[in-house]
Design a protein. Structure first.
Length: 259
């Protein structure tokens, strides 16, 4: 196992502030300053461009809506009818007992319902995260700290299983993976989240082509996944993205491909 991280020189030379100018705006702005009249006429013919989506919107199939809508109404009718029949079958004395019990304990029921609602809302809000690039809000059952603890346990299990197959630190393949990893990290040194993890790599001498990454920054790949620099770079960039976006929701996120 070999640890690597961005050097202090890179860390001190970072600038976390960046400004993105749309290409069309910068080009048109420069042309407007040089040729005011033609560019103004060109701007009148330009059509607004739709915003770029990170993923294509997926709408619910109309057939599913047509089936679920009457089904939900039927379930509501059956549940309501069942309760109504049960209530109507009760004798008047028993109905009065239930009503008096609810009136006497109405504050308890209201308080319990309020506490339950607040607890659910607090749990939901405390587990909502924002993705780094898309800025989308998503609900995650596990918090990042819990994910890191699970990942550490998984890493220890993997070391116990494949510890006898680890390549030494002075192996040429380990050195290649280290150099590729450092180049990727230094090329993306403007991303603050890269500094919150200690990036480590483990190379295993096993015939199966398999690589996985854990949320804490542990990479594990076998000898045959890093035959060339290009294949190593492709695997490492993919796994770096998985770790940065914290999309590793299972103990192992497997990336299999033959090179």
């Amino acid at each position: 196992m070999l640890s690597f991280r961005i050097t202090t020189l890179w860390r001190n030379s970072l600038s976390f502030k960046s400004q993105i100018i749309p290409c069309s705006e910068s080009v048109v702005g420069a042309g407007r300053r040089k040729w005011p009249s033609p560019v103004q006429g060109l701007m009148g013919t330009l059509q607004p461009v739709r915003r770029i989506h990170t993923s294509r919107p997926r709408y619910l199939n109309p057939i599913i809506v047509a089936v679920l809508r009457p089904l939900s109404k039927m379930v509501a009718v059956l549940v309501g009818r069942g309760f109504r029949k049960w209530w109507q079958s009760l004798p008047k004395k028993k109905k009065d007992i239930f009503i008096q019990h609810f009136i006497r304990n109405k504050f308890r029921y209201l308080g319990g319902s309020t506490m339950l609602g607040l607890a659910g809302y607090t749990y939901y809000e405390s587990h909502v995260t924002t993705t780094p690039f898309t800025r989308r809000r998503r609900f995650m059952v596990f918090t990042p700290d819990q994910l890191f603890k699970i990942a550490q346990s998984c890493y220890q299990v993997e070391l116990a299983e494949y510890g006898h197959l680890l390549l030494p630190e002075n192996h040429s393949m380990v050195d290649r993976v280290r150099r590729v990893g450092n180049r990727i990290l230094q090329a993306n040194n403007t991303i603050p989240q890269l500094y919150t993890k200690e990036w480590t790599v483990t190379v295993i001498d096993h015939p199966m082509v398999n690589c996985f990454v854990l949320p804490v920054g542990h990479f594990t790949l076998n000898y045959h996944s890093a035959i060339t620099v290009d294949s190593t770079s492709g695997v490492r960039k993919y796994l770096c993205t998985e770790t940065y976006l914290i999309t590793v929701l299972y103990p192992l996120k497997i990336f299999q491909r033959s090179y």
